[in-house]
Design a protein. Structure first.
Lengths: 217, 217, 806
């Protein structure tokens, strides 16, 4: 009995293969081809700009304070009144993220009062040198026209367009102190268009048209 | 402390000395001295505050603190005529807002014509104790009761045109007033010359009887 | 029934015994019921301005809301702090306070340590009903060169106004306007230029007052706080040093009721900016022709060891050591007395007092004795200019009713609050002392005041030109006053510690006189034989260098050319010396003449203990790493000793600390562990129980000669002079006076000079300032400014009109 079963073994194996032949392939030709990530994917950070080209970061260090991995280093400085770097009195003079330590939890995004730091869909950040993994302001800040930067822009792995896709995140806090906002999904207005209006959902209505319904499609 | 060379009149300097002498502490003379400072320049200037500080042995900023607390100590330039429109409850119900608007708009015209001199200053004040004759207006602290917007405009035109030396309440009441709340019983023949509260012979300030034990009267 | 001195109150249904007369808010906090507050401050008078501390107190007509900061506790008081009524009141008040408060917490320096933030979260409604636009002001505006003001953040708590008026005595900040227009401001063109302006930044419960230097430097959560001591003057105020990433970013006053009660002078608060000066010496330097060349520590140590070892011990002297820790001072004293074998050591530069008087005066008081004094006698340097925090303490005592007698050759900061302010012509101090002691005609009122004990006498040298023996005579007089306590006044940071460590020709560590045979033999048991000859003080050492009796000298943070009474002597002495080694953090006039300059760590960079003017020892803690290759003087001396073939045992401050406790009698038991575990943050006054003090100096009446001459000189000290730290601090440099010769109008008339005319004072040209506060036939010149530093401190000065050039 058993010898017959052994004889059938190879055919059973091929049956698996044959069954899979008809199914759609999951393998893609990375990096020539890239998977579309889930909406709330937490990829690399970008630092955004205001409509007028000034930086959104005001150097408040809340991101550094909230970071559980302590990977963010920020230092503020006085904004030169005649040529302001950001809105208000203070701007982020040093902004560094150590991507080797970052756990991509997005608490910095949630803590940011100006939506200066947001997360995107790019995750390709491998380097051959530890120092290169520390992203400085030059690498993180988008250009005034909305073009994002990357330390290895020419690498085959990197699709800069992914840096223009903002991620969705869920609020643990509520704007204007409303408990109704806890848990509402917000969409980070990262550098899709380079220059974006301030955070939505502050009007007091939970389901106003900007507060949580809009996605990147 | 730098000595201020006094630019007060001799009479007022003497008066200031008598007032200071009538208090156990120099500082207590602050309010009457500020009143003298107003008499001297029609308002309390920075120099006047320095002078009062010197006289009372406190710092100028402490004088400024008191002078700026009381709205009847004017700290800016006041024209020859100070028109005070009451906007407290009785006058408000009687249409004081319209009176104030009328006065302000006609002053705007006047100011346009004679901006260089700006003879009339308008302010709105809290209750001036003429609720029975609301809405009430004061010119250099001389009262008119029952003023309407039209009469208020006429009052401003009259002030601009005739430039009266002395403001007489009876005269103004007759020309621009409405119903008197009661027969005042006395006629005011002295009137007011400058936009300084016309308290008449105010015990420790006005008369020469100070220092003879009548300071309290 | 409550104990005596306490009353029983019921808070939220629980009965508590609290001290009688205490304010309700403090009493509640003592028993664990925190009541929110903004305007209340323990060290300031109650005003009840912010209304945040409203609580319900039951009374005969039912319970009513009362401000707990203004109400003293009474027996049987029934208080509710958590009822709905109280909650509604707190929420309402916070809503009002936030009415005009901007939402710029994310850029505000106070954000993260802000009482308004914290209490809005803990006691606020969470939402405001006000939708109106907020009031805005131009921001920030400078109220002084050190403090910036954001008026829109102000919650009108009155703390800064009370600090300026009640504490500092400089009422230059006030409320202007009223209602919703109210703002804090200064008078136009009269900035808040107070020596204590930084305290307003510390007490401000919001970010309205911020420091120019700290603005936007860091956020509270990236600061590390280290409790330490400010080594700016000999009061040694307790401070919290806040650092981030190896840099000192700010210094806050720490609560130490025995010393500074949380207050600091601006010099204490901002002097740290000198530590990061680009002019710091960061590597050892050796002379190379006219200049210096950088070298390594090992080469420098070898060189110093070779040069010092090449001389007979008694040919070497050491000057300084009063700016470091006790451990550094002890290491220097031990190095000189044992390794080098020289008795010539002095921490003072001829500008101080007799070491016995300063270190070991009997009936020595403490700073807190001032609080209980009926009469305070100040005969010494102008406290406001030299020991500003002590000036605050005297002010406080006077405000609380103590009588104050100030004796000085020139007006002092305390004159305005003094009961009696006696002025004498510089040099004629002994005369006025005699008159006071004998109760001469015209002095009855003063002697009557002084007869009202307990008296605390602050005795020092009014200026470097004053005969140091006058302080001895004054101390002898003060000691005869009823229940008198004395505080000797020397100003240099740790000079009392240095004297206690034996950095004086007549003292050995632990307040032992060199003449005390028992004390000497006790020390010799552990140190080996001590040099037998008598030690020279600084001036004698400088003279000896000129005369070639001494050939080498160690300068430990000392700049004799600037600080000793005769700059010319110091200059030629250092020129004549064969070998000068200097430990310093900056290039000074004296270090420029050195052959080897070794970089010394400053007070934020070293660990150890220090002793203040009352003999209180406190822990000085390191908060940052020393700059460059700087190390402590003691560690450097340890290396040098080893290169000379001796063991100093000073490699680590804790080793020295233990040795001090073992060999210095007055410091017996005074270890770092004792300070940490027994004494607490207040520190402890030596000798502690169990220790003894061999030397008890009883001041004697001495005959001090009166100086006469056409003009006598008073070299007045100033807080902001051209001292080494001030001139290297970007915060404080430029605050110094330009330097003038002050003289009485009649003297100016006799010389036929007017205000601003140039005058020749002992070869230095200075403009005249006519000042009726100066006694006749006396001139007052501010000491150690860039323009006045060449003037020798001779009591009799030659002043001539400059003819010719305008």
């Amino acid at each position: 009995m058993s010898w017959f079963a052994d004889l059938l073994g190879p055919f059973r194996g091929f049956a698996v293969t044959l069954r899979q032949v008809t199914r759609p392939r999951v393998t893609i030709k990375y990096p020539d081809e890239k998977r579309v990530k889930p909406d709330r994917f937490h990829g690399r950070h970008v630092l955004n700009r205001n409509l007028d080209g000034t930086e959104k970061c005001i150097g408040c260090e809340l991101c550094a304070g909230v970071c559980p991995a302590k990977c963010i280093y920020v230092r503020g400085a006085d904004n030169p009144p005649d040529n302001p770097v950001s809105e208000g009195e203070r701007y982020g003079f040093v902004y560094e993220i150590n991507m080797l330590r970052c756990i991509f939890c997005a608490l910095c995004v949630e803590a940011c009062p100006t939506e200066a730091i947001t997360m995107t869909h790019l995750f390709e950040m491998s380097t051959t040198n530890r120092d290169d993994a520390i992203y400085t302001k030059d690498d993180l800040l988008v250009e005034p026209d909305g073009t994002p930067n990357h330390p290895q822009p020419d690498s085959k792995l990197i699709d800069l367009n992914e840096l223009k896709i903002g991620d969705g995140w869920m609020r643990a806090t509520s704007p204007s102190g409303r408990a109704a906002y806890a848990g509402v999904v917000q969409w980070t207005p990262s550098a899709r268009t380079g220059a974006l209006p301030a955070e939505r959902g502050q009007s007091g209505q939970v389901n106003d048209e900007d507060s949580g319904e809009e996605t990147d499609g | 402390m730098t000595a201020v060379i006094s630019n007060w009149s001799h009479d007022n300097q003497e008066r200031a000395k008598r007032i200071i002498a009538s208090y156990p502490e120099k500082r207590s003379a602050l309010m009457p001295l500020l009143y003298i400072a107003s008499l001297e320049h029609a308002y309390v200037s920075d120099d006047a505050m320095r002078e009062v500080a010197e006289l009372t042995g406190i710092t100028p900023v402490q004088v400024q603190s008191v002078a700026s607390f009381y709205t009847m100590f004017k700290r800016g330039g006041v024209g020859d005529y100070l028109v005070s429109v009451c906007t407290s409850i009785s006058c408000y119900l009687g249409g004081a807002d319209d009176v104030l608007a009328a006065v302000e708009s006609s002053i705007g015209d006047v100011a346009g014509e004679a901006a260089a001199e700006r003879p009339i200053t308008v302010e709105h004040v809290e209750c001036i104790g003429a609720c029975g004759g609301a809405p009430a207006v004061q010119v250099n602290y001389e009262l008119i009761e029952g003023v309407t917007p039209e009469k208020a405009v006429a009052l401003i035109k009259w002030l601009t045109a005739t430039r009266p030396e002395v403001i007489l309440t009876d005269e103004m009441q007759q020309l621009f007033g409405g119903r008197r709340s009661f027969e005042w019983g006395s006629t005011d023949s002295e009137g007011a010359v400058r936009p300084i509260p016309a308290f008449g012979p105010y015990g420790s300030v006005g008369g020469g009887s100070v220092g003879g034990g009548s300071a309290g009267r | 029934m409550a104990e005596h001195g306490t009353v029983s109150i019921i808070i939220n249904g629980v009965e508590h015994d609290v001290p009688e007369g205490e304010r309700l808010i403090t009493a509640a906090e003592r028993v664990g019921e925190y009541i929110p507050r903004f305007c209340h401050h323990d060290k300031l008078a109650p005003v009840g301005k912010c209304r945040m501390c409203l609580v319900e107190v039951e009374g005969p007509r039912g319970s009513a809301l009362t401000t707990s900061c203004t109400v003293p506790v009474t027996d049987g008081m029934v208080v509710h702090t958590e009822t709905d009524v109280v909650k509604k009141a707190q929420e309402g008040i916070l809503e009002f306070l936030l009415l005009n408060h901007p939402l710029d917490c994310s850029v505000c320096d106070k954000g993260g340590e802000c009482p308004l933030q914290d209490q809005a979260l803990a006691f606020g409604a969470g939402e405001s009903r006000f939708i109106e636009e907020k009031r805005t002001f131009t921001k920030p505006i400078p109220v002084s060169e050190l403090v910036l003001l954001d008026r829109e953040r102000c919650v009108v708590c009155d703390r800064c106004v009370r600090v300026a008026d009640d504490i500092a005595g400089d009422p230059l900040l006030e409320f202007i306007d009223r209602g919703s227009y109210v703002q804090i401001n200064t008078f136009p063109n009269e900035p808040f230029s107070s020596y204590f302006s930084g305290n307003t930044v510390q007490v401000c419960p919001v970010g309205a007052l911020t420091s120019v230097d700290y603005r936007f430097k860091a956020r509270p959560w990236d600061l590390e706080s280290v409790r330490s001591v400010s080594l700016v003057d000999s009061v040694q105020s307790s401070v919290d040093v806040h650092t981030s990433r190896g840099k000192i970013l700010r210094v806050y006053g720490a609560e130490n009721d025995a010393v500074n009660e949380g207050w600091l002078s601006d010099k204490d608060r901002f002097i740290f900016s000198a530590f990061r000066s680009p002019d710091r010496i960061t590597t050892p330097l050796v002379r190379d022709g006219d200049g210096f060349k950088e070298t390594s520590w090992s080469e420098a140590v070898e060189l110093v060891a070779m040069r010092l070892g090449g001389h007979v011990g008694t040919e070497v002297g050491a000057i300084g050591g009063a700016n470091g820790t006790n451990e550094e001072a002890f290491a220097l004293a031990k190095f000189m007395r044992t390794v080098v074998g020289s008795p010539h050591i002095d921490a003072q530069l001829g500008d101080g007092l007799d070491p016995h008087l300063a270190s070991s005066i009997t009936a020595r008081g403490t700073i807190s004795d001032l609080d209980a004094a009926s009469t305070i006698l100040v005969w010494g340097p102008d406290l406001k200019e030299t020991l500003p925090v002590l000036y605050l303490r005297v002010r406080k005592a006077v405000r609380n009713g103590a009588a104050l007698v100030v004796v000085s050759p020139y007006s002092t900061g305390l004159d305005s609050i003094a009961t009696h302010s006696l002025r004498y012509r510089a040099g004629s101090g002994p005369e006025i002392l005699r008159k006071l002691a004998h109760g001469d005609a015209g002095y009855e009122a003063v002697t009557e005041t002084l007869a009202n004990g307990p008296v605390v006498a602050l005795v020092g040298r009014s200026s470097i030109t004053e005969n140091p023996m006058l302080a001895e005579a004054v101390a002898a007089f003060a000691r005869s006053l009823p229940h008198a306590k004395l505080l000797p006044l020397l100003t240099r940071a740790n000079v009392f510690g240095a004297l206690d460590m034996g950095l004086a020709p007549t003292l050995l560590p632990g307040r032992v006189s060199t003449g005390d045979a028992a004390g000497v033999s006790l020390l010799e048991d552990s140190w080996g034989p001590l040099p037998e000859s008598a030690g020279k003080d600084t001036m004698a050492m400088l003279e000896a260098l000129i005369d070639r009796d001494l050939v080498a000298v160690i300068l430990a943070g000392a700049d004799p050319i600037r600080d000793c009474p005769d700059p010319a002597v110091a200059e030629s002495a250092l020129d004549a010396a064969e070998f000068v080694v200097a430990f310093d953090a900056f290039m000074t006039d004296s270090t420029r003449k050195a052959h080897v300059v070794l970089p010394a760590a400053l007070w934020g960079e070293v660990d150890g203990t220090v002793t203040n003017l009352e003999g209180r020892v406190q822990r000085l803690r390191r908060s940052v790493q020393p700059r460059g290759m700087s190390i402590s003087v003691s560690a450097a001396l340890d290396d040098i000793a080893r290169a000379m073939g001796a063991e100093l045992g000073a490699a680590d401050w804790q080793l020295i600390n233990k040795e001090i406790a073992a060999v210095a009698p007055a410091y017996a038991g005074m270890t770092a562990d004792y300070l940490t575990f027994e004494a607490g943050e207040e520190g402890a006054v030596v000798p502690i129980p169990g220790a003894t003090q061999p030397l008890g100096h009883i001041p004697v009446e001495v005959n001090v000669p009166v100086v006469t001459g056409r003009f006598t000189l008073h070299l007045a000290p100033a807080l902001y002079d051209a001292g080494v730290l001030v001139r290297n601090s970007h915060m404080l440099e430029g605050f110094a006076d330009p330097g003038v010769v002050r003289m009485h109008p009649r003297d100016a008339a006799s010389l036929a000079v007017a205000d601003g005319d140039l005058i020749d004072a002992e070869g230095v040209g200075l403009p005249v300032k006519i000042d009726p506060e100066v006694p006749e036939r006396s001139v007052v010149i501010t000491r150690n400014l860039d323009t006045t530093r060449g003037i020798a401190a001779s009591a009799d000065i030659r002043v001539e009109t400059v003819r010719g050039e305008p």
